[in-house]
Write a protein that binds this ligand. Structure first.
Ligand code: GTP
Ligand code: MG
Length: 221
């Protein structure tokens, strides 16, 4: 995977260059390494899955255009590396993101414990109105589950996030996660009658924080 590409120069060049859309949303997938971020994106964008693990280097993206509420919505979906060593690169891409998929693995308590820290990263580096869906991936591995659904639902409610359990492997709730994120972004836009939350126009300059919040840290468990 490429380290840090610019939209329009990658394999989705044609899609990325397509100007025929009503809205363009920049989305980021974040979470610990190996929770299934890349797999989730491949399932959504290409309807493919592989059990081989190729850890993402830096950041990559895919473009997918969908119809939602009679609108053509172009999604620019950035897949970030979960490994700590890429954190400086990946957090640089938080700016201007309209929505986040914050992913953990239901068979890994450690990945769930990291959710609070990832939420702090969002608060620190992203736009105030960014919407977040907490996704517990690998639902197909129920027998290996370490994270009870109720714990994750409670944390999502506390953090003000939407919540889904899903499986990239078995294609459970993948489309639903993206549809929900698009819907909540649209709702947020509609609330901002003055247009200061408009994502399709000048995303980078609108409503961004100038100074990072101090990190809360700590384990969510
Ligand atoms: P980084 O790029 O290092 O941050 O990891 P990632 O979060 O992108 O993980 P990736 O998608 O590469 O998946 C890690 C491993 O988990 C791979 O072996 C995948 O095949 C596997 N995997 C991903 N999603 C699922 C799932 O829903 N169910 C099961 N059983 N395995 C999955
Ligand atoms: Mg990856």
């Amino acid at each position: 995977m490429a380290l840090a590409k610019d939209p329009g120069t990658g394999p989705e060049q044609r899609d990325a260059a397509d100007q025929n859309f009503d809205y363009m949303f920049k989305l980021l997938i974040i979470g610990n390494s190996s929770v299934g971020k890349t797999s989730f994106l491949f399932r959504y964008a290409d309807d493919s899955f592989t059990s081989a693990f190729v850890s993402t280097v830096g950041i990559d993206f895919k473009v997918k255009t969908i119809y939602r509420n009679d609108k053509r919505v172009k999604l620019q979906i950035w897949d970030t590396a979960g490994q700590e060593r890429y954190r400086t690169i990946t957090t640089a891409y938080y700016r201007g993101a309209m929505g986040f998929l914050l992913m953990y693995d239901i068979t890994s308590q450690e990945s769930f414990c990291a959710v609070q820290d990832w939420a702090t990263q969002i608060k620190t580096y992203s736009w105030d109105n960014a919407q977040v869906v907490l996704v517990g991936n690998k639902l197909d591995l129920e027998e290996d589950r370490q994270v009870p659904t109720e714990d994750a639902q409670r944390l999502a409610t506390e953090l003000g996030f939407q919540f889904f359990e899903a499986s990239a492997k078995d294609n459970i709730n993948v489309k639903q996660v993206f549809d929900k994120l698009v819907d909540v972004i649209c709702e947020k836009m509609n609330e901002s009658v003055n247009g200061d939350a408009s994502p399709s126009v000048n995303q980078k300059g609108n409503g961004l924080k100038d100074t990072p919040h101090s990190s809360q840290g700590g384990c969510a468990c």
